[in-house]
Structures are given as structure tokens and as C-alpha cells.
Design a protein around this ligand. Structure first.
Ligand code: HEC
Length: 292
């Protein structure tokens, strides 16, 4: 439907409009379409800013300090030793049971480094056997965490962080929701006048960034340093999306674009002079089959 609709029935358009209408551009839109598009883009833009504010307020306190930092991101996905039951117990209610306060750091570091069995045998078991199993053994107190062997200890030494099921849930919501938003923003953005190669890349970037972002959530769960990729790809998605919105609004209202566009097919497949190319283009509006 689209193509023939806007090409026919509007004789008031300038000659340059007709020349370039082989592809649809913002200048081919009616004012009411422009208003609708602008309302949509502005609403999405504000929505994105509100999403940023929400992210800031829900995640800034993970590391106990105000402001969003890379640590907050790591703790959110990977967890932190203090978030484990063992970690919070030895920093809190169980701290007084430790004979030496320095053992607190030994245990926290062990949790941070993945709570592996060899280090448990070498460094952790001696501490727990000395200070904890008087109470924490099934024989004494079956309802308490069993700290007499490795299996029992790792049960309370799991690093927290987002659970796999909740990552899956957030991922699918993000993929569906954001793909929709990016699709509609991109659909409008391709009505801009600009170098086609640049445009083809720009229209792809936010999708690629979103995929990398979501993938890196899962990786950060195991590899905390990947939090940098989460932040970088998230920022890239935001910036590229914002750029599409701003350039689209600018071209919609403040750009007349009197340049003549020569479709690549004509430019590259023939060795005609510029004048000749334009002549072909002009004629081809009678025979639109010439224009891809
Ligand atoms: C005097 C007995 C006693 C000793 C010694 C003791 N605990 Fe506990 N521990 C308890 C009791 C009782 C609870 C359950 C009540 C509570 O959560 O405060 C508990 C709970 C815990 C929990 C579970 C907290 C939770 O998330 O529910 C952990 C982990 C723990 N202790 C670790 C330790 C470690 C590590 C040591 C050695 C440094 C230790 N405990 C020494 C009595 C003891």
C-alpha cells in the first residue's frame, strides 16, 4: 500500500520531493504523522529516563554506599560474600563466637573466591571445628546449619546474586519489550536522510547492544568482572537509541533535505555522469519499476 499512496494524489510537492521519493523520507510525511511520531518518540525517551532513574534507585545500595557503581552491578548479578548466610552470620550474630577476629576475613575471602574444597580443608575447617561445631553439629543441634563437613558449609556459603530463574524472567521481558520499542524507533529512523552505510549500521547497533547486555548478565553471575560489559553495552544501547530519537525528531521538523539521492544501484552499476544519473532518475518516475 504505502509507496503508491504517497506518490500519487499530491501534486503540490516540489520537484526535488518527487525526485527523491523513490524512498520514503520524513519530508513525505503529513504534519499529523509527524506529530504522532514525535509524541511516540518523546514518550519513549521519557520512559527510558524513568527506567534509568528506577535502575539507579533500586541498585545503588547493594554495596552499602550511595550512587550506582560497578560494585553494585557485580553484587546484583554475582552476589557478595556478605550476602551469603555464612558471610552475614560471621559479620553479625555469630561474630562473637570467633576466637580471632582476623578469621572473619579469612572466611569472607574464601567465600569470595568461590568457596572451594581444598582451601576449605586447609584454612576454613580448622576455624569452624574450633569455634563453631560445638553448636553446629547434627548431634548437638539438628536444626542449625551443619558446619562439620564441606557439603554442609557450602549450603550456607553460596554467593547470592540474582537467581537463574529470575534472570530468565527478566531477560525474556526485556527481549520482547525492548525489541518492540527499538523496532518502532528504527522504523522511523530509517526515514532520515543520511549515508546509507551509516544508517544500516546505526539501525542495528541498539539491538546488538541489547543482546550483548542480556548475555553479559548471565556471564556476570559467574564472572563478576563482566559487570563492565553489562554497563558498557547498556550505555551503548541507551546512547544509540537516544541518537536515533534525536536525529529523527530533528530531521522531521528542521531539515528540508533538498539534496538529490541517487540510489546505489544506479550509482554503482553504471558509469554515468552525475547529470546523466539525475536524468535517468527524473525519467524513471514515470516508470517506477526502474527504481528499487
Ligand atoms: C553457642 C552456640 C553457637 C556457636 C558456638 C555458633 N553458633 Fe551459629 N548459630 C547458633 C544458633 C542458635 C543459631 C540460630 C539462631 C540464629 O540464627 O541466631 C545459629 C545460626 C547460625 C547460622 C545461620 C544463620 C542464618 O542465616 O539462619 C550460621 C551461618 C552460623 N550460625 C554460623 C556460625 C559460625 C560460622 C560459627 C563459628 C564462628 C557459629 N555459628 C558458632 C549457635 C551457635
Amino acid at each position: 500500500m504505502g509507496e503508491s499512496n504517497y506518490r500519487s494524489g499530491n501534486d503540490r510537492r516540489s520537484l526535488s520531493d518527487k525526485r527523491t521519493s523513490a524512498y520514503r523520507r520524513f519530508r513525505n510525511l503529513s504534519i499529523s504523522e509527524k506529530i504522532l511520531n514525535t509524541c511516540f518518540l518523546v514518550a519513549i525517551g521519557i520512559g527510558y529516563l524513568v527506567a534509568l532513574a528506577h535502575m539507579y534507585s533500586t541498585h545503588q545500595w547493594h554495596d552499602g554506599r550511595p550512587g550506582l557503581s560497578i560494585d553494585d552491578v557485580m553484587i546484583n548479578y554475582h552476589g557478595s560474600p556478605e550476602q551469603t548466610r555464612l558471610g552475614s552470620a560471621i559479620k553479625g550474630v555469630m561474630a562473637s563466637n570467633l576466637k580471632y577476629k582476623s578469621d572473619q576475613d579469612v572466611i569472607l575471602e574464601w567465600i569470595q573466591n568461590g568457596a572451594a574444597e581444598p582451601e576449605y580443608n586447609d584454612h576454613i575447617a580448622p576455624i569452624l571445628n574450633r569455634d563453631c561445631i560445638v553448636c553446629h553439629s547434627p548431634a548437638v543441634n539438628p536444626s542449625l546449619p551443619n558446619l562439620t563437613h564441606y557439603a554442609g558449609v557450602t549450603e550456607v556459603a553460596h554467593a547470592g546474586g540474582v537467581s537463574f530463574p529470575s534472570l530468565l524472567r527478566v531477560s525474556h521481558i526485556h527481549l520482547f519489550g525492548i525489541a518492540f520499542v527499538l523496532f518502532f524507533i528504527g522504523k522511523l529512523f530509517i526515514l532520515c536522510d543520511m549515508n546509507v552505510t551509516v544508517k544500516r549500521v546505526l539501525v542495528m547497533i541498539p539491538f546488538a547492544a541489547m543482546l550483548v547486555d542480556i548475555l553479559s548478565w548471565f556471564i556476570t553471575k559467574d564472572v563478576p568482572k563482566f559487570a563492565y560489559v553489562v554497563v558498557a553495552s547498556g550505555a551503548l544501547m541507551g546512547v544509540s537509541m537516544g541518537l536515533q530519537i534525536l536525529v529523527s525528531i530533528y530531521q522531521m521538523w528542521f531539515y528540508s533535505g533538498d539534496k538529490i539521492l541517487i540510489p546505489n544501484e544506479i550509482k554503482f552499476t553504471t558509469r554515468l555522469s552525475k547529470l546523466r544519473q539525475k536524468a535517468i532518475l527524473n525519467r524513471s518516475f514515470e516508470d517506477t519499476s526502474l527504481i528499487p
